[in-house]
Design a protein around this ligand. Structure first.
Ligand code: FAD
Length: 271
């Protein structure tokens, strides 16, 4: 079982603040972390490797500092790490991002062998579109299983994987042929502490750099100028007024609620 997990470096949301005057995020001094859903995707791929053998590769597209999350993934049990980094990728929207990741993934497969399962997190906590995984699966023309919460079983003989996924109001179990792309929920597993052998191997394993000159990535499909999405405006929604708690017995709170609603109900002719 060969897995390739796409991981994204994101600002630690718990520490991001908003500049209310400019409506922009204050990123200065905010540590960058592996997108939390992606960490669970790495763990899921490592668990598959532990059970069925094979390899786990991880890839990120980002600036050189994104190497940090690749190292972290190696410590979690990944075997190979690829950093897709080049100025031609800068300013990419989700269309250009999924193109570059897809094209980079083909290079990874040349190095590690055919991939059975591609993984992404269900969404990035900063961009939040959840479009990148589906974008990659569409380019490969392979089955896509979103919001995976449990890997039920792998049928190696028939090359199929059975996955439970979160749907509105419940769960659904699907079986798809491999290769496929799975997007992971954080409930798919519990992250483990990195064992010492993995930490040592991570320190010894190099990250391979991919760019537009050592892959067949077409620069004319990358970066800002090839991104059809245009951000017209970014703003912070107005702060909502704080609600009021009505306390006391049921009768007392209902009376108080009625007193507050009565003028409005009269105004719109409901009373
Ligand atoms: C016009 C425009 C310009 C932009 N310019 C920049 C820019 O200069 N720099 C920048 O960082 N962002 C930029 N962005 C944002 C960037 O397009 C998105 O961050 C990116 O396409 C992924 O979308 P998302 O964050 O919504 O991730 P989602 O689609 O929600 O992510 C789902 C999953 O896909 C995988 N994934 C997503 N992104 C990556 C990645 N880079 N590497 C590996 N795996 C990934 C992860 O597994 C993640 O959990 C720009 C967006 C627009 C619209």
């Amino acid at each position: 079982m060969h897995s390739l997990v796409f991981i994204k470096q994101v600002p630690d949301a718990a520490q991001v603040r908003i500049n209310y005057e400019t409506g922009t995020l204050i990123r200065e001094g905010v540590p960058a972390i592996i997108n939390p859903f992606d960490a669970h995707a790495v763990e899921a791929a490592v668990q598959l490797k532990d059970k069925y053998g094979g390899t786990v590769s991880v890839m990120t597209m980002g600036p050189p500092m994104a190497e940090e999350i690749l190292k972290k993934s190696l410590a979690m049990g990944a075997d190979n790490a690829f950093l897709l980094s080049d100025m031609v990728f800068a300013g990419a929207d989700t269309l250009a991002t999924s193109y570059a990741l897809w094209a980079g993934a083909k290079k990874v497969a040349e190095e590690v062998g055919p991939i059975d399962v591609y993984w992404t997190g269900k969404q990035a906590i900063d961009g939040d579109t959840a479009q990148t995984g589906p974008g990659i699966a569409t380019r490969f023309d392979i089955p896509l299983v979103t919001y995976a919460a449990e890997i039920k079983e792998v049928d190696k003989k028939n090359n199929k994987i059975k996955v439970s996924r979160v749907v509105d109001g419940g769960m659904e179990t699907v079986e798809v042929p491999m290769p496929c792309l799975i997007t992971a929920e954080e409930t798919i597993n519990t992250l483990r502490y990195a064992p010492l052998p993995y930490l040592i191997r991570a320190a010894q394993t190099g990250v391979k750099l991919l760019n537009s000159s050592n892959t067949e990535i077409d620069a004319d499909q990358c970066g800002l100028k090839n991104s059809p999405t245009k951000v017209k405006k970014a703003f912070t929604p107005p702060k909502r007024e704080q609600g009021e708690m009505l306390e006391g017995s049921d009768e007392k709170t209902l009376d108080a609620l009625f007193d507050k609603l009565e003028p409005m109900l009269k105004q719109c002719g409901k009373l």
